[in-house]
Ligand binder design. Structure first.
Ligand code: AMP
Ligand code: MG
Length: 481
């Protein structure tokens, strides 16, 4: 039997409001993520899971609550935030006694809904459902989803859509914005209680340190994980789209998905969010924005820390980001233990990729073919321009001391073949909208082995493994969900 609890209830009662979900009518379970259920040691039947996901029943130990938080949205502080369409049901402990939050998204109105309806639509639910799996199997820390259900109820967005809900699993649902709220309220005891809670559940190795070092280390760890996370986003070509500080998890997991995108053609300043007119959250800006968010979190932590301690956390962000980025991006070029100077080569390569308008993922897959008898494929892809010929000589210098086979393995193991491009997610959504959930189930499975696509994918959807056609590229999405 799975055992649930809600340990957020141990925190002061003004941190949340208890709220029952608004059930979905005529709900149907579209998908149940069995591998994730297994990892969590979850023993619910699919019928029980449907009832929980549809907000019709809860398991013993679950107490649904809406959390209060605030945050900086597009650079401006918004004091009026909180769970407006999701409820934290509680946690489950896996075999290692690690606790995982279960959050029901699309659960109906809460005291923090403002003018919203508290609901989620099928389109955005499917997108979040898929991307958690995509990122996880690329090795990027992320929230994931356990189950997804769909109802024929109409939900109004720009047009009528249908209602969906899903169970989201994450190490925590505590956002940078939770701390921002407590700092703004000058709630020092609440702030300390939340810091202790985060240490207990996410960073238990810090628990033995004396205060205030414990809190300085907590802040530093959050900066560290955030830096590592964003370095990985850059390397897999992932654009989050809405890096507001209320969408940043203190566990350093990718969190709260909106109009995200994986890059198609490499554009350094690609903006996936149609509503982001100034390109604040462009691909190239993600590291800066993550640092900016850590600064905002630092201002909140000034409640407990000196400015020197906060600065030290931020410096750590920069150093750790540079290190992680060099490793992760270097690996894509086949560099094993890249030297610091390789950062210039990497930066120049990306500028040339941008100028050439080449597909980010395909470029790296074909790079593995250099100096094999299939090398022509790479040359045909980049073109035989002077710029690429010069690049090629420079590349050979970068890799001259490396064993070619090891280099190739390094490239191949860091460049996935199956990428959840927006047009693929869109195809899955269209099928689900028409009542056909086979492609959703298949895609969830295919996403588990992105480096070695199964036969079925290669045969049924070969175009999913290639750069998209012109009309399928760079689909920018709005925030509406
Ligand atoms: P998001 O853009 O999803 O990160 O949401 C920003 C804020 O708006 C959060 O406090 C959400 O809970 C709230 N919100 C977004 N959509 C809705 C909705 N349909 N109903 C109620 N609240 C919402
Ligand atoms: Mg959000």
């Amino acid at each position: 039997m799975s055992r649930f609890t809600n340990h957020y209830l141990q925190l002061p009662s003004h941190f949340y409001r208890e709220q029952q979900p608004e059930p979905l009518e005529q709900a149907r379970l579209l998908h149940f993520n069995q591998p994730l259920a297994q990892e969590l040691g979850l023993t619910l039947s699919s019928e029980q899971l449907l009832q929980i996901t549809a907000g019709q029943a809860l398991a013993t130990g679950m107490t649904p609550i809406a959390q209060k938080y605030t945050g900086h949205q597009f650079g401006y502080y918004n004091p009026d935030l909180g769970d407006g369409r999701g409820l934290l049901l509680g946690q489950i402990f896996d075999a290692e006694h690690t606790s995982w939050d279960l959050h029901l998204k699309g659960a109906g109105r809460t005291p923090f809904s403002r003018r919203g309806d508290g609901r989620a639509v099928l389109r955005s639910a499917v997108r979040e459902y898929l991307v958690g799996e995509a990122l996880h199997h690329l090795g990027v820390p992320t929230s994931r989803c356990l189950s997804l259900c769909h109802s024929p109820e109409t939900v109004w967005r720009e047009q009528p859509e249908t209602r969906a809900s899903y169970l989201r699993v994450a190490r925590t649902h505590i956002r940078f914005g939770h701390f921002e709220w407590l700092a703004e309220q000058r709630d020092y005891s609440g702030f300390t209680a939340l810091a202790e809670y985060v240490i207990r559940h996410i960073y238990p190795h810090l628990a033995e340190l004396p205060a205030p070092e414990r809190y300085a280390e907590l802040y530093r760890e959050i900066c560290r994980r955030t830096a590592a996370l964003v370095a990985q986003w850059q390397a897999v070509g992932f654009c989050h789209g809405v890096m507001n500080s209320d969408n940043m998890s203190v566990a350093g997991e990718t969190f709260d998905f909106g109009p995200y995108a994986f890059l198609d053609d490499f554009k350094l300043h690609y903006v996936c969010n149609h509503s982001d007119h100034e390109g604040r959250y462009a691909y190239s800006q993600q590291p800066n924005i993550a640092l900016w968010n850590c600064q905002v979190l630092g201002q909140a932590f000034a409640t407990l820390l000196s400015s020197a301690q906060i600065e030290s956390g931020l410096t750590h962000f920069v150093e750790h980001y540079n290190q992680c980025y060099l490793q992760a991006m270097g690996a894509k070029f086949g560099l094993i233990s890249p030297a610091t100077e390789s950062k210039h080569f990497i930066a120049d390569s990306l500028i040339l990729l941008d100028q050439s308008g080449l597909d980010f993922h395909h470029f790296f897959r074909l790079l593995a073919k250099l100096e094999t008898d299939e090398e022509d494929q790479w040359w045909a892809f980049v073109g035989h321009s002077k710029a690429w010929r010069e690049w090629h000589s420079r590349y050979l210098q970068q890799t001259q001391t490396l064993d070619r086979k090891a280099c190739r393995t390094q490239i191949e193991s860091h460049s996935a073949q199956f990428i959840l491009r927006n047009h693929i997610a869109q195809t899955v959504i269209e099928q689900c909208t028409q009542g056909n959930d086979t492609l959703l189930a298949n895609t969830m499975q295919w996403l588990q082995t992105p480096f070695a696509p199964p036969e079925q994918l290669q045969q049924q959807y070969p175009h999913f493994l290639h750069p998209p056609a012109a009309h399928q590229k760079g689909l920018a999405l709005s925030c509406s969900s």
